[in-house]
Write a protein that binds this ligand. Structure first.
Ligand SMILES: Cc1cc2nc3c(=O)[nH]c(=O)nc-3n(C[C@H](O)[C@H](O)[C@H](O)COP(=O)(O)OP(=O)(O)OC[C@H]3O[C@@H](n4cnc5c(N)ncnc54)[C@H](O)[C@@H]3O)c2cc1C
Length: 358
């Protein structure tokens, strides 16, 4: 028997869960996730940081909209942490452009040492800072959105890979047994594959692998009050997390969609670059992982109906900002799919239209 939905959402990461929660008051929704549990891929592997100036100027508009909704609707998700960029000798231009792109203000090396006592003032030549950078409690946000989905009747199917898509009388047939009026493609790194299954043109959404290590460091300082630390040469960043530190080599290796894992050399390089800027040593590597950050060619999200099939809705290209844009992106989806008075000005939402690649 064919199971029928108004909307089928493919992908149970932050994009899929947040759009399903948003639309759940309007429609009968089925969410399909290929893995055994939701948020198995990128959405459980992020650095969980909110920086309002991260991304191009269009993406930054989504950051701000998401920030305001997070603060009003989910006030326990963001915790202020601050961010510091550190220059090592000879990287003056990189430092300036890094500080400018993230909206940081210069501070003295002494002030930097006060804010982050683990840094090595012999290595740090300049520092820049902003207060309003936040940790995102990504697990809690996903739990809350999932709960919203369930309360509003969304059916979440895990272990349910969508392998075939047919269009029949303006409806989609998934895996020959599920029918839906509208399909939302929120499949992260697999977004182009889903378009191909639907016989639609891909948008050249390219996954890039980024790695992360959880480490214990040899220090008597209180780690929990440290800011996010960035090497201004973009070779490492680090932040405290659950009593230890997470350190990334800030790598961005293009790859095919897959269940990503970290290469030892990438992890070693990130730790090496981090250790050069701090007084302490890494005592122990506790765990490591990698995830995929998937970007459209212009680095902006792709949100809206496909030009060749208006009931195929793209929600992809979340790149390195999928959490900090998620509520704005789901709001744009609601505005477009339910013709409601625009919550997000159309001057903003049209910038993300898939039609720009037609
Ligand atoms: C190391 C790292 C650090 C990051 N740091 C930050 C940060 O600080 N702040 C921030 O905002 N963002 C950050 N990001 C980015 C953020 O994690 C991503 O943008 C976000 O998780 C993407 O969410 P998504 O739902 O699009 O993708 P995913 O979480 O990958 O979800 C897509 C889902 O679709 C499923 N799927 C694919 N194909 C099918 C199919 N055929 N059938 C059924 N299911 C399918 C997959 O199994 C997957 O679960 C970081 C990412 C990484 C890797």
């Amino acid at each position: 028997m064919i199971e029928k939905f108004d909307i089928a959402v493919i992908g149970g990461g932050i994009a899929g869960i947040s759009v399903a929660a948003r639309l759940s008051k309007h429609a009968k929704i089925g969410l399909f996730e290929q893995e055994d549990f939701i948020a198995h891929h990128s959405s459980s592997r992020s650095a969980a940081v909110f920086i309002s100036d991260y991304g191009n100027s269009d993406v930054c508009e989504l950051n701000l909209i998401t920030f305001h909704e997070l603060q009003s609707k989910y006030p326990d998700i963001l915790k202020q942490r601050g961010l510091m960029s550190l220059e090592k000798d000879g990287e003056i231009e990189e430092f300036k452009s890094h500080a400018k792109s993230l909206g940081l203000s210069p501070i003295s090396v002494d002030e930097a040492k006060e804010k982050a006592p683990i840094i090595d003032i012999k290595s740090v030549k300049q520092a820049a800072w902003r207060d309003d950078v936040f940790d995102i409690d990504t697990d809690l946000l996903i739990q809350k959105l999932r709960q919203e989905c369930i309360s509003n009747g969304v059916q979440i199917f895990t272990n349910s890979s969508i392998n075939s898509l047919e269009s029949n009388n303006d409806k989609w047939i998934l895996n020959s047994k599920i029918q839906s009026e509208i399909l939302i493609n929120s499949s992260g790194a697999w977004a182009d594959n889903i378009a191909r299954l639907a016989n639609l043109k891909p948008k050249n959404i390219q996954p890039f692998k980024r790695s992360m290590a959880r480490v214990e460091i040899d220090t008597s300082h209180n780690l929990s009050s440290l800011p996010v630390l960035f090497g201004s040469d973009d070779t490492w960043y680090a932040k405290p997390d659950a009593g230890s530190m997470i350190v990334s080599p800030a790598d961005a290796s293009p790859c095919e969609p897959h269940d990503a894992w970290a290469h030892e050399e990438d992890i070693a390089l990130g730790i090496y670059n981090f250790e050069k800027m701090v007084e302490t040593k890494v005592k122990k590597l506790t765990s490591n992982w990698a995830g995929l950050r998937s970007f459209a060619p212009d680095q902006s999200l792709v949100i809206g109906p496909d030009a060749d099939a208006t009931n195929f809705f793209w929600l992809a290209g979340q790149g390195g900002y999928g959490f900090q844009t998620c509520l704005a992106a789901s709001q744009i989806a609601e505005d477009i799919l339910f013709n409601q008075t625009s919550q997000v000005p159309s001057s903003i939402s049209k910038k993300f239209s898939p039609h720009r690649f037609a």
